[in-house]
Design a protein around this ligand. Structure first.
Ligand code: SAM
Ligand code: SF4
Length: 336
């Protein structure tokens, strides 16, 4: 890539004509849980606090992303609600011009914060919940309390952070016997259950071919709760959405492995230590933090942002390369 090429590049769409309008930001690599499919039992070595982007740095990067067409931001981690400046972050990001602001959280801290987060500009929330059983929840998360999640869901709905989306990662032999129970939750309640295929990411030894369930297998189990009606595909998100006939809520499937959705991928990721990562499954990153802390101008940061858009690969190679050999950075460090 020459400087001339980069200067001519608009930064709105990538080399494969995908419009990049979504930035997913990991605001911390720390977490108050250690889910078995995400983290090793002994935990992970954390980045130093001084390496993590500050509130002002994140907001400055979001302003630049906004200039290049980003309208949706999701805060994730690690556990985003561990950051003490979460309210300031949300309001700063919203004021930068973001129209759709959401978080993904394990909800252990959400109940008492939902109203304040909504007031600060949060539009929606995704809550990770992989089982409906109290003891199993404690086992999967290595210490989490499911009651806090139920309280958080109720509180989020009261605060207007709806529809609440629930992320479920089915893992064979762990929680796959609850797939139809999750699907049945949508019959009476306007929740959105999203089944996410277990991905071989993070070197924690949890991913095994036998533990993985494909979208088709998950779907076959969902249909025992009722007939699935396909809903129109909206936006560039990865979820393919359905509704059980007559149900109040929705069911989505995110199938990075069995049905790669790379051709419609609309996102970049920003890691907690300030690296733009154009693809979850590629270690190619563009460092923004170092130049930012060395006094880079907006124009210089914009050029780096555009180079990240330009370096977005056409597709991941999970099927033909690393599948079965988890070697990518842990999800909690990249921002799932
Ligand atoms: N701590 C927050 C939470 O759990 O919601 C946000 C970060 S977490 C890394 C974001 C999402 O990634 C969660 O919904 C989690 O279930 C999902 N996730 C983590 N490891 C995964 C894996 N190996 N395969 C698929 N999804 C995974
Ligand atoms: Fe923490 Fe979320 Fe990973 Fe669970 S999935 S260990 S809550 S970052």
């Amino acid at each position: 890539m020459t400087t001339d090429n980069l200067a001519a590049f608009d930064g709105l769409t990538d080399s494969y004509n995908r419009r990049i309008d979504y930035l997913r930001i990991s605001i911390t690599d720390r977490c108050n849980l250690k889910c078995i499919y995400c983290m090793p039992e002994k935990g992970l070595k954390h980045f130093k606090q001084s390496e993590i982007l500050t509130t002002a740095e994140i907001i400055r990067i979001v302003r630049i992303a906004c200039k290049y067409g980003v309208r949706k931001v999701r805060l994730t981690g690690g556990e985003p609600l561990l950051r003490n400046d979460i309210v300031q972050l949300l309001s700063g990001i919203k004021s930068a011009g973001i129209q759709d602001l959401s978080i993904t959280t394990n909800a252990q801290r959400l109940a008492g914060m939902a109203k304040a987060l909504k007031k600060a500009g949060l539009d929606r929330v995704n809550i990770s919940l992989d089982t409906l059983l109290e003891d199993r929840y404690r086992d999967i998360t290595r210490g989490g309390e499911i009651d806090l999640v139920w309280e958080a869901i109720a509180e989020a709905e009261r605060a207007g952070l709806s529809p609440v989306k629930i992320n479920v990662v089915p893992v064979r032999g762990v929680n796959d016997d609850e797939i139809s129970a999750f699907a049945a939750m949508t019959l009476k309640k306007d929740v959105h259950i999203r089944f996410i295929e277990f991905m071989p990411i993070g070197n924690n030894g949890a991913w095994k071919p036998d533990a993985y369930l494909s979208k088709d297998e998950i779907m076959a189990r969902v249909t025992s709760a009722g007939k699935l009606i396909r809903l129109p595909f909206k936006g560039g998100g990865p979820s393919r959405n359905y509704r059980i006939e007559g149900a109040a809520g929705m069911i989505g499937f995110i199938s990075a492995i069995s049905n790669c959705f790379c051709s419609s991928c609309n996102r970049l990721r920003l890691t907690a230590i300030g690296k733009l990562r154009p693809c979850l499954f590629s270690e190619i990153t563009v460092d923004l933090k170092t130049p930012l802390r060395n006094g880079a101008s907006d124009e210089e940061l914009e050029a780096l942002y555009r180079s990240a858009v330009l370096s977005k690969p056409a597709s991941h190679t999970l099927r033909d390369g690393s599948l079965g050999h988890p070697s990518l950075s842990p999800m909690s460090q990249i921002g799932g």
